[in-house]
Structures are given as structure tokens and as C-alpha cells.
Design a protein around this ligand. Structure first.
Ligand code: P6P
Length: 321
């Protein structure tokens, strides 16, 4: 087995017959994650919390960690020589990186404001076959996807289209170690994640869905408990392991919600479906949505089949938009 943070991941992928170029790319992402984890751990001490003063293409304040993690990921995948073009939440335009069979879509730090309060964070990535202008086909064509969750421990959740696998970072050996191969989501859960502070903006269907989950009727395992951390990665990690649903609906203030298709909803939908779960915009599977622009947003309901299908039923009752 080779050396480096992704050595065991590489061994596992080779054993699964994965093409060498994809292995090389995922090893470079694992090496970047190891470096980002070290920054996250020391964010307060290294004065890496807070904002840079800049605003990104999303109109959001850029946090110091966003910028640092973006640089680490760009440098790592450029060095891999496997990425022709990179799209990042932190960069307005696609970044050509020269040769390579893949296009990479990244959210370098998901939930970066949590760094200011020692909360959990994530990095999310999606791998497609290289496309010249950077706009890929629907997410079902992804070659791989995953996230790194920086929490009490650091987990890499990853798929290359043959199951869902979790690797845990050994903080001393600085290696990702296989923790949960072939992970399967429970068919239903007991928790839901949504920003209830936006209830006043929700549609009637979304309100009815959440009221259904929180009804005190006992018979169907109600009421569900609310678990919402401010980091989609951390909230989804709980759901992939224990079942349940995360929702960021479209609402009166933001018809397409907040989350971005290419580097948040689509890679996470690939993970969820590979684990036997489901991910929907409320009206269509996320993986069937053909991207129109690289930073487009999409409503997201993701997690166990039972809860996502229930959300779809309520949203579809609202009729066509
Ligand atoms: P709100 C973080 O900015 C993020 O993209 C997700 O990680 C998180 O679930 C959501 O936005 C939080 O958004 O509007 O609830 O603060």
C-alpha cells in the first residue's frame, strides 16, 4: 500500500477495478482534504475565522477558510494533471487547468460561517467527464462525488458509482481509513433538517410536509426531531447514517432555494442514491436535472426514500410552477 492520506482509499478503489485516472484524482482530493482539515483545526489560532471582506459570485461574504480551502483544492487537482476544467463556488468563471479527462465541481467549504463558532464544516466535490465550457450533462452522468465532513472527527464520504463508502481520517497517521464500506441509508428516519426560521416564506405544500413530520400522532413515528446545524454536509452525514431528510425548499424569497446544483445538490444526490436513498427538487430527481448555468440553484430534499417521497407528494400537490 502506498503512502499519503489516500493510500487506503487508492487500494480500495484499485480492488474495485476503478480506472487509474479517477483514482489519481480522488487521491489528490484526499490529500487536499488532509491539508484543509489541519487548517480547520487551527482556524481560531491561525486567525482564519471571519470574512475576507470580499463577496463571491453568489453575493455571499467570502470567509477566510473559503479562500484558503479553494486554493488548496485548486493546487492539488492541478498537480494531479487529471482535471481539464474546474468550477468552484468561490470563482465566478470555470478555471481551465490544462489536460485531463475530468471536470471537477467544488464547494471548498460548505457552511464556512460555522468556523466562527467551532461548528462542523464540509467540502463537497463532483467529478464529470471533461466538458469544454464547464457545463456538464445531468448529474446521473457523474464519474464520482463525495464530501469531507470536518467535525469532531473528519470523514470522507465517497462514491464512484459502485456503492457509498465512508473513510475516517486517522488524525495521527494522517490517513483516511475505511470505516463503512457499502453504506445503506435506512428506508426512513426520525429526524429532519430545515431552517424553520423561513417558515413564513414557505409554500403551503412545504408547511404541510413539515407539519406532517411533526404531528403528534405517534402511529407513524411522529413527531420527528429537528436537527439543523448550518452545514448541509454535517446534517446530511447524520441522515446518511441514521435516515431522515434534509430540506432546503424554494420559497417566496428564493424560488429555487439556496443550494447550487453542480457542486452541492448533484454530488450529494449521487451519494444518497448510491446508498439507496433519494434526492429531489420536489418535482424531479436531482440527478435528472440538466444544468443551464454553472452556479444555478435548485430546491433540495435529500435522504431516506420515505421522507423524500412524502415531500415530493406535498410539493407536487401545489401544481405546476
Ligand atoms: P440558511 C451553508 O451556507 C449552506 O449552503 C448549507 O451548508 C446550509 O445547510 C445552508 O446553507 C444554511 O442556510 O439559509 O439556513 O442559513
Amino acid at each position: 500500500m502506498g503512502s499519503g492520506p489516500g493510500a487506503e482509499l487508492g487500494e480500495f478503489m484499485r480492488g474495485d477495478g476503478v480506472e487509474p485516472s479517477l483514482i489519481e484524482l480522488l487521491l489528490s482530493v484526499a490529500a487536499a482534504a488532509d491539508r484543509i482539515e489541519a487548517l480547520v483545526r487551527r482556524a481560531t489560532l491561525a486567525h482564519l475565522v471571519g470574512v475576507t471582506g470580499a463577496t463571491n459570485v453568489q453575493g455571499e461574504a467570502v470567509h477566510k477558510l473559503d479562500e484558503a480551502a479553494n486554493r488548496i483544492l485548486v493546487d492539488a487537482v492541478r498537480a494531479s494533471g487529471r482535471v481539464a476544467i474546474l468550477v468552484s463556488e468561490e470563482m465566478a468563471e470555470p478555471l481551465p487547468l490544462g489536460g485531463g479527462p475530468f471536470a471537477l465541481y467544488i464547494d471548498p467549504v460548505d457552511g464556512s460561517s460555522n468556523a466562527d463558532v467551532n461548528g462542523s464544516l464540509g467540502s463537497i466535490f463532483s467529478i464529470h467527464a471533461a466538458v469544454p465550457a464547464g457545463l456538464p450533462p445531468a448529474g446521473r452522468a457523474q464519474r464520482g462525488s463525495g464530501y469531507v465532513m470536518y467535525g469532531p472527527g473528519t470523514s470522507l464520504m465517497v462514491t464512484w458509482g459502485r456503492g457509498l463508502h465512508e473513510f475516517a481520517l486517522d488524525p495521527d497517521a494522517r490517513r483516511f481509513v475505511l470505516a463503512r464500506p457499502d453504506l445503506r441509508l435506512p428506508p426512513s428516519g426520525r429526524t429532519y433538517a430545515v431552517n424553520s426560521g423561513r417558515r413564513a416564506y414557505w409554500t403551503a405544500g412545504v408547511r404541510a410536509f413539515v407539519d406532517d413530520l411533526t404531528a403528534d400522532d405517534g402511529k407513524r413515528g411522529r413527531p420527528y426531531s429537528l436537527r439543523y446545524s448550518g452545514s448541509l454536509t454535517a446534517d446530511l452525514h447524520r441522515i446518511l447514517l441514521e435516515g431522515g431528510v434534509y430540506c432546503y425548499p424554494g420559497d417566496a424569497k428564493a424560488a429555487d432555494g439556496k443550494l447550487r446544483l453542480l457542486y452541492e445538490a448533484s454530488p450529494l444526490a449521487f451519494l444518497a442514491e448510491q446508498g439507496g436513498g433519494r434526492a429531489s427538487s420536489g418535482r424531479a430527481p436531482i440527478l435528472d436535472i440538466i444544468p443551464r448555468t454553472i452556479h444555478q440553484r435548485v430546491p433540495l430534499y435529500i435522504g431516506s426514500v420515505a421522507e423524500v417521497e412524502l415531500a415530493e407528494a406535498y410539493v407536487r400537490q401545489e401544481g405546476a410552477r
